[in-house]
Design a binder for this molecule. Structure first.
Ligand SMILES: Cc1cc2nc3c(=O)[nH]c(=O)nc-3n(C[C@H](O)[C@H](O)[C@H](O)COP(=O)(O)OP(=O)(O)OC[C@H]3O[C@@H](n4cnc5c(N)ncnc54)[C@H](O)[C@@H]3O)c2cc1C
Length: 265
């Protein structure tokens, strides 16, 4: 299955249903689908106010326009807490920084997403300090993606060479052949982290008509279809395919730090 895996690795678990998706292509396809169905895609505008009257959303204002609507869906990922704040509400979503290394195309080397068992523990951890474990993934274009680091350092954007080195070292310990493969680039992003590790999907507890679909941390791509299905059913008042209660934004009501309760920084 993975001919180049280190002989020191004796056991593994295989997930036959595992799949891959290129998020940029998926996003472009979604925009096309919205337009084909008569929807409008507006870009280059920053939401600067959520408008409401008597606790009910009436629309939003951007730096360029104002839009009237009884429903606003906040799907701004890591920035969802800022939008909630604009509405006078509260969501404790914080950035969880991660770096990824990308190699030059090297097909026929890595055939699956292969990760160290520590990866699962790192995802579930509430620690703010750096955590990293080997995640090595061959892609359809031949490049190999190497991760994964997690740390809560706000929106600190600098590239940290020691972290990149650590990722490379860990990957080589799983696939020694990677020592021979050149790196093409590295990138970093900020995962939208909720302190209880669950996404925030549902109507705001303070402002009716304001809905949230955010806070998916490192699984926002894979969880996008299920999130869309759940929030659509909830907004339309239909029976959702699963119980949405654990994801409700209402779980954070009365947790505003200004009220003295500790939340993620
Ligand atoms: C290193 C790394 C590896 C990852 N690997 C995976 C993986 O393997 N699988 C997976 O499923 N997920 C992965 N993720 C997580 C995934 O990228 C996120 O969970 C996902 O992108 C969140 O999607 P979203 O639509 O909620 O938010 P985003 O994709 O962040 O989109 C939010 C949008 O809102 C916009 N916005 C913010 N504020 C405003 C405003 N005031 N006005 C207008 N627009 C605004 C932003 O510009 C942005 O375009 C990874 C993340 C990182 C950083």
């Amino acid at each position: 299955m993975e001919p180049h895996i280190s002989p020191t690795i004796e056991y593994g678990v295989y997930y036959p249903q595992d799949a891959q998706c290129q998020p940029m292509l998926a996003a472009a396809q979604m925009i096309r689908a919205v337009k084909q169905r008569g929807g409008k895609f507006i870009q280059g505008e920053n939401v600067i106010a959520i408008n409401s009257k008597n606790g009910q959303v009436t629309g939003l204002t951007t730096n360029k326009n104002a839009y009237a609507s009884p429903i606003v869906l906040n799907a701004t990922g890591t920035w969802a807490g800022d939008i909630a704040k604009l509405a006078g509400s509260y969501l404790p979503i914080a950035p969880r920084r991660g770096f990824i290394l990308v190699t030059v195309p090297a097909p026929e080397l890595i055939f699956h997403k292969v990760y160290d068992a520590d990866y699962v523990a790192n995802i579930a951890s509430g620690e703010a300090d750096l955590q990293s474990s080997a995640v090595v993934e061959g892609t359809a274009s031949g490049t190999i993606l190497i991760g994964a680091s997690r740390e809560r350092v706000g929106f600190k954007s600098e590239f940290e060479i020691p972290i990149l080195r650590q990722l490379a070292r860990q990957a080589i310990s799983v696939f020694p052949i990677l020592k021979e493969v050149q790196l093409l680039r590295a990138y970093r992003g900020f995962r939208p982290y909720a302190p209880d590790h669950l996404p925030v999907i549902g109507e705001d507890g303070n402002i009716s008509g304001l809905w949230h679909a955010a806070g998916h941390e490192g699984a926002g791509i894979v969880l996008a279809p299920a999130t869309a299905e759940l929030i659509t059913a909830e907004i339309l008042g239909k029976t959702p395919f699963m119980d949405p209660t654990p994801f409700s934004p209402k779980r954070f009501m009365n947790q505003d730090p200004s009220a003295g309760v500790h939340v993620a920084s």
